[in-house]
Design a protein. Sequence first.
Length: 612
Amino acid sequence: MHLRTPVFIAFILLSSLSMGLRAQAAAPDWRTPAEITSYRTTPDYPETVAYLDRIAAAAPGTVKIENFGKTGEGRDLKIVIVSKDGVFDPAAIHASGRAILLVQNSIHAGEMDGKDACLSLLRDIAVTKTKAALLDHVVLIFIPVYNLDGHERRSAYNRINQNGPEVMGWRANGSNLNLNRDYMKADTPETRAFLKMFHRWLPDFFVDDHVTDGMDYQYDVTFQADDSPDVAPATARWLHETVTPEVAAQVNAAGHLAFPNQIFLNDEDDPAKGLARAGNEPRYSTGQMILENRPGLLVELHMLKDYKTRVTGNYELLRALLEVVNRDAAKLIALNREADAAAAKLGARPNNEKFPLEVAWNGENTPTLFHGYQYTRALSEVSGAMWVSYRHEPWNATLPVATGVKVTDSVTLPAGYIVPPQWTLVIDVLAAHDVVLRRTTAAWTGKVERYRCSGMQWKDAPFEGRHPMLDGEGGGTQPGRFGQCELTAETVTYPAGSVVAALNQRLSKVAIHWLEPEAPDSAMRWGFFDSIFEQKEYGEGYVIEKLARENLAKDPALKTEFEHRIQADPHFAASPRARLEFFYERSPWYQENRIGQYPVGRLLSLDGLPLQ
Ligand SMILES: [Zn+2]
């Protein structure tokens, strides 16, 4: 008893104290999981969804959560819809004249700043309503975590370059594929689900939130609007003259420091040499947006800033962008309508304009004030090369920034493409992209243009689970260039069931980029047509011996060529097989191998095709 009495009294005191606290704290705690730990941690997916569900339950007239597919490991991909009046139907929203802004987070799941920023923004719009006015003319939809399987592969050792939080997800998906290289080829279930979701909602503006790698500098927020000659000119103007400067100014006014460009050094060993241009091919989310005729914005928070600075910086960027899109909603919707209409006219005849397939820096720099950090360059006894070490003292210098762009490859466009039905994987990717496809109902013989390609080389090491063709540029570790594709007009028979993709549709550019062999992420480059480069029939030595003797006897020019080759080429002279192949390769039997004959036809007209 002696002992128990004080314990009992203490218990009563504690109970009444905690009841008092509870009564005082009647207002629910709406801090996000990251806010609760002062940004020391980021929530895993169940905790993220629990917070989202709590908000949806508190604001059912504003917030709805939908599943839009499953990851490779079977998790449910979710999208959060935030609509001021409880209208959650895409068609009804489009009809209301409101713009739809899609924010994608955690495609690289170790870069989850945008997820935690979106949780705060959602709370401020739907619960505390301090930011409710951002939705007057906009419906916000966001993917809290896109690379979900990567997100749940949590470790403190996933991102060596990054300053927090304590544990984070992994860059690639459950099959170790980088989803931000998969948009065009659509190998993963996540990409396939994304495309279906995207076309259900058909957003007016797309944002992809990341965290950088690369150099150290003062900026915490960097971002880049689509940069390609293939973005509709009016859209590009609005992005560069309105969206970019206004977002940067608002982010800066909120106490962050924004740079409206991706930051890649021309020379990793020497920041003074300035900034390079980043590519935006259709393998990337924002490159895909160009094919979708929609503006895209890539956001990169700086990896070395603390997690609170990064999440709040991402928040301010999204808030600022919502303000601009909310104000300019009608203009944005009109721009997209025009861009869709222009894409649907790409196959119209006559069309002598060249369509850009590949772009590169044209050598033009814009001198730009850059807020970097002081650095020293020294010879490293570790690497044996120069290395850069930064110290956190401002280095404000005017640097050359690569801004000019030129078209390095372009094509005149056909009216459409015809793909023989046996190329099922190629067709399947077009279907996954929701390109409108029509099958022929009977065999069709007609005039098309076809490519004959040669000189291709392939990557030895895998890249994104494939061995794509070498392209000779763009940071490849293996030298080698894309071969040659020559176009010829031919009369060809295509079997019934062949697939026609006409360039009279909103997604014409998807068909072009997938089916023009020289496009940077074409089916050809990714290896979907590798088998056309294989020789399938060979001549036996004793059969070729006979052919060789007959042809040498009757063709003096062939005899001269053969003898010259033996004298000029010792490898050839020393190889019995090569010497026999010389005769096989100059025979009609070899021609029947049709090596490099690209089977897709470029249709000059859709007239007369027996289509479904
Ligand atoms: Zn990233």
